[in-house]
Design a protein around this ligand. Sequence first.
Ligand SMILES: NC(=O)c1ccc[n+]([C@@H]2O[C@H](COP(=O)([O-])OP(=O)(O)OC[C@H]3O[C@@H](n4cnc5c(N)ncnc54)[C@H](O)[C@@H]3O)[C@@H](O)[C@H]2O)c1
Length: 443
Amino acid sequence: MANQDGVTRREFVTSATGAAVGALVAGQGAIAAVQAKRRYAIVGTGVRAIGMWGRPILRDYPDLVELVGLCDINPLRVEVAKRQMGATCPTYTNFDDMLTKAKPDVVMVTTVDAFHSQYLVRAMERGVDVMTEKPMVIDEMQCRAVLDAEKKTGRKIVVTHNYRYAPKHQKIKELLMGGEIGRITSVDFTWFLDTTHGADYFRRWHRLRAKSSSLWVHKASHHFDLVNWWIDGEPVQVSALGSLANYGKSGPFRHTNCRSCPHKDKCSFYWDINKSPNLVALYNDCESADGYQRDGCVFKEDIDIFDTMNAVVKYSNGVNMSYSVNTFMPVEGYYLAFNGTKGRLEVRDYERQAWDPGEETGMYVMKSFGKRIKIDVPPEGGEGHGGGDQRLRDLIFKKIDAPAHMRLPDSRAGAMSCLTGIAARKSIDEGRPIKIADLVKFA
Ligand SMILES: NC(=O)c1ccc[n+]([C@@H]2O[C@H](COP(=O)([O-])OP(=O)(O)OC[C@H]3O[C@@H](n4cnc5c(N)ncnc54)[C@H](O)[C@@H]3O)[C@@H](O)[C@H]2O)c1
């Protein structure tokens, strides 16, 4: 049977992203009717806007989506971004101006984290639905403002938590939902960021609490969202510890940025941005407008976030979690275990290291008083974050009818993923456990 665009269900599923999306929708009712082209505008035109949204929108969904405006405070970068996306729409440096002239149905927010909330609120006040990159907000005041605006205006917020859509993460969700380990009692979660990816956060705005809140929110909100979703719970209380042990003031020497650094021959973190013509065009060539150096020194004295973080989190359904993230590791990936009344689900994910780990993801269900069962981990199936980016875009733009647990994350999910990290940072600052209900009250 063909849908309104004359595409059969079979053609649609196979042409979407192949097996991964096919698996997502298998057995799940019909595809939602295809609607008229939706008008999308983007605010914040850095690499994420280009690679995750602008370019794929134009490449993969030309019949479903129209890109009607791009906005950034840097007038040079917004033009480079437009070129790198291959877009033809108008560009703006004033957000209100874009809303008035481009008349989008939906605004995608991909700015620096600290500014997500102001654009979400403004767009909703102007009657426009919004999608935002994580984190939705960086503190509890922003969280309240966004939730209030959503309630007042009746507009819709989608938080694009792409990690949920990696096939291996969906597999974990299904094993837990299937009761393989009984009732979940606790979670052990250890995330490793390596000397490439981890260091990159200390080169740019993420290094400042005022811009990112810290990696407790910028990075860990990914992980906290996964846990909330996996265990079907919400955080209640957080205790945390953190330090800046390797970057910032802890470094042996420093300079403004790598390009002009006198220490480049002896610095293990030296990074040559000139090897990437796209990054040179998007950042170096636009520095004159805002002073944003993409290759900033990881040992700058103004770095005020943590590089070493540990937390204990209590959840609404009685689950406890011990969590850590370290940012200068020889490995990228994670150790994850769910302990339950009938066993344990253990996962070791090897994303990047200088040796062959044998397998990329090892997943095992260990039955109490029983056997260890090796789980077949589904292949990535698509581009970006284990195929999650592509599957998420398909869900958003093709309006695939997904099962309830795979539907798009809403503002409550966005809030809960951020509030765990906001509470963790506050717990370190104040040296005490922080209750989520003391930050934001939910009905
Ligand atoms: N979900 C994911 O896996 C994922 C991955 C990468 C980035 N992100 C998120 O995407 C967002 C953008 O990240 P990025 O790596 O592209 O950063 P970036 O620094 O490359 O780009 C941010 C852009 O925002 C612009 N900007 C800064 N302040 C602004 C303001 N007040 N108004 C309008 N524009 C402003 C900057 O000029 C820049 O062009 C971040 O929120 C980040 O957390 C998510």
